[in-house]
Design a protein around this ligand. Structure first.
Ligand SMILES: [Zn+2]
Length: 95
């Protein structure tokens, strides 16, 4: 799957950037979303599959925030894995 440069989530348009360091204060971070700047940052050193998975993870955060669902991080991770699994099993990630 080709990760887009921008992604529309409701009325918001998020830019998607691949960066060397996602968060200088939390160097272990591989992905991050900024709701104010409308920016998704993904670690550029990840594999293509990991990047796609992290991309969906951050999109799920955006949906959660927009819909005021208030999911916990663990639930976002579970949804990310489930969504990625279905897309992969059904060959929907091909470029
Ligand atoms: Zn998260």
């Amino acid at each position: 799957m080709i990760i887009p440069d921008t992604v529309n989530i409701g009325r918001f348009t998020y830019t998607v950037d691949f960066v060397e360091v996602v968060n200088r204060e939390k160097p272990e971070r591989i992905g991050q979303i900024d709701y104010v700047k409308q920016e998704i940052r993904i670690d550029e050193s990840l594999t293509d599959e990991q990047k796609v998975s992290v991309f969906f993870h951050e999109v799920l955060h955006a949906i959660d925030q927009m819909m005021c669902i208030d999911l916990e991080e663990k639930q976002i991770v579970q949804l990310e894995r489930g969504l990625y699994m279905v897309l992969k099993e059904n060959d929907l990630l091909k470029e």
